[in-house]
Design a protein around this ligand. Structure first.
Ligand SMILES: NC(=O)c1ccc[n+]([C@@H]2O[C@H](COP(=O)([O-])OP(=O)(O)OC[C@H]3O[C@@H](n4cnc5c(N)ncnc54)[C@H](OP(=O)(O)O)[C@@H]3O)[C@@H](O)[C@H]2O)c1
Length: 324
């Protein structure tokens, strides 16, 4: 397969997708229009629309005809579409039926490679809808008849993540951090390492049929992760683990509030399964990637600015207010 693939990135507007698209562009992936990002709403793809050679296409990937049109003439497909919240039907549609239909559409279009991003801890009998449905989707890709590679990441962090940035913000405003599932275990992985892994899988025919666990070098409990983020951000606050019953009540109340809950009861069930490498499957090192350590890379965006650079946000606000 040529180095310049025509690639479709489903979910390419999201957190992992924007790092992946930027990385492919930086590698000189493709001449005009060679990275296609289907999106439900064009505005959602503003994260990638200014990258050269990335073409956002507004379309409904749950519609076979529209999916066929997007996949026509493409070499490879990356599936990053996922949800964290929803009812059973939503998880079934997005995590199981979409990968099923995507694999069938790839076969129809003659796509040579399907890279599917799954998750650690998935199992048909897992306690949460998220993990059970992700298992269903992974199984559909693996039996779909198109050469596939599956990546199973732990918690993914990066400059644009929701989780670690939220922990830093909480410690900026709260004297104490009340924490549900404080004992939950993770092996967090840097988004740039996941993006690099996807790029390498796209270009390595030998990785067809491989399931790769994507983890960082170290295991943390959630409480340790919050403390580590606080220390990096220069505002560590004490962590107050919440008893399980209070955590469930808090999650239920969050679900009742408008908008996406910060943490749902299903998320709590997912957190009861360690998101840690099994050691039975190849890891990032099988792709020649040495995973970055959180303490080494996260200061790049979490650490307080030093010296004159600490005035940059203030200056940006001043310039902004002058331009009004
Ligand atoms: N982030 C993590 O810590 C983590 C950990 C383990 C595994 N993963 C897996 O990694 C992959 C990427 O995660 P991410 O954090 O980048 O996700 P994300 O930021 O939430 O992005 C997912 C993208 O999927 C699209 N999407 C969402 N709901 C959809 C729906 N109902 N129908 C069609 N498209 C929909 C959205 O694109 P549009 O809005 O443009 O349509 C969105 O940009 C997922 O498979 C996830 O399960 C993530």
């Amino acid at each position: 397969m040529s180095h310049r693939l025509r690639v479709v990135v489903l979910g390419g507007s999201g957190f992992v997708g924007r790092s992946l698209c930027a990385r492919m562009v930086a590698r000189g992936q493709g001449a005009a229009g060679r990275i296609t990002v289907p999106t439900r709403r064009a505005v959602n793809a503003r994260t990638v629309q200014y990258l050269p050679n990335v073409e956002p296409v507004q379309c409904d990937v749950h519609d076979d005809a529209q999916l066929d049109a997007v996949l026509a003439g493409q070499d490879a497909v990356v599936n990053l579409v996922a949800i964290l919240h929803g009812n059973a039907a939503a998880f079934e549609r997005v995590h199981v039926q979409l990968p099923q239909r995507l694999a069938a559409a790839c076969a129809r279009a003659g796509v040579q490679r399907l890279v599917h991003v799954s998750a650690l801890g998935i199992d048909a009998d897992a306690p949460s809808r998220y993990l059970r449905s992700k298992a269903g989707g992974e199984a559909a890709v693996r039996s779909g008849g198109v050469p596939w590679t599956v990546l199973r990441p732990s918690l993914i962090y990066g400059a644009a993540d929701r989780t670690l940035n939220l922990f830093a913000q909480m410690q900026a405003v709260l004297p104490v951090v009340p924490l549900a599932a404080a004992d939950a275990r993770f092996q967090p992985v840097w988004v740039e390492d996941v993006a690099e892994a996807i790029v390498r899988c796209l270009h390595a025919p030998a990785m067809a049929g491989a399931v790769i666990e994507c983890t960082g070098p170290k295991v943390y409990t959630l409480a340790e992760l919050v403390r580590t983020v606080g220390a990096i951000a220069g505002r560590a606050r004490p962590v107050m683990p919440l008893p399980a019953a209070i955590a469930r009540l808090q999650a239920w109340l969050m679900e009742l509030m408008p908008g996406e809950p910060l943490l749902s009861r299903d998320n709590l069930l997912s957190l009861s399964v360690p998101s840690v490498a099994s050691g039975q499957l190849p890891g990032l090192e099988s792709l020649g990637i040495q995973a970055g350590a959180l303490e080494a890379v996260a200061p790049g965006w979490l650490a307080p600015l030093q010296g004159v650079t600490r005035f940059i946000p203030w200056r940006a606000v001043r310039l902004d207010s002058r331009s009004r």
